[in-house]
Design a protein around this ligand. Sequence first.
Ligand code: ATP
Length: 201
Amino acid sequence: MIIGLTGGIGSGKTSIANLFQQHFNIDLVDADVVARQVVEPNTIGLKAITEHFGTQILTSDGKLDRAQLRESIFSDPTQKQWINALLHPLIRAEINHQLTQTTSPYVILVVPLLVEGDWKTLVDRILVIDASPETQISRTCTRDKVPASQVRAILNSQASRQERLSFADDVINNDSPLTQEIQQALLLEVTQLHQKYMSLC
Ligand code: ATP
């Protein structure tokens, strides 16, 4: 059984997914991690990108220069389309591969843009990590040291809070700051969901 775990930027997807892993040994597959793996040195992905953009897209130690790539595709929709057409199938294939390697009774697939993309058919249930836009912005600004306007722009490009919630089978509200009490409450929610998922699979 595959649980698709999603939520907007800075909602706490990674933090909550880690609770399932740490407390119940549930395997995680993370689309963001896979997206980095498919462009590591010596991958088909990085080879194709280097052939397309030239070696100036690489850092001096042969890795993908992400800032450079972002700049190259930022104002050019054709390049953006090209990179998406290259990377999406590679990411999808690698996710499928990693899913086949998992051994826990169910697996959590963390996908930031789950409801926006065509991932819904891959998962059996959708768990949404919910937080208010204000919380998402303040946490992301603190974590990434970026201006609020940048986070707001990303937030606006994602599904709205209501739209995302409309796809949810289960919801964890992660809006409150992490006091000891809230930490315990979150772990209780995760425990109850784990038991539900165990009984379902
Ligand atoms: P992204 O989509 O941007 O990768 P995410 O949804 O995976 O983010 P996390 O990285 O888990 O979110 O959390 C964002 C930041 O907020 C992290 O620095 C994390 O430590 C912090 N955080 C998560 N949950 C809480 C909480 N309940 N209270 C305070 N801080 C939190």
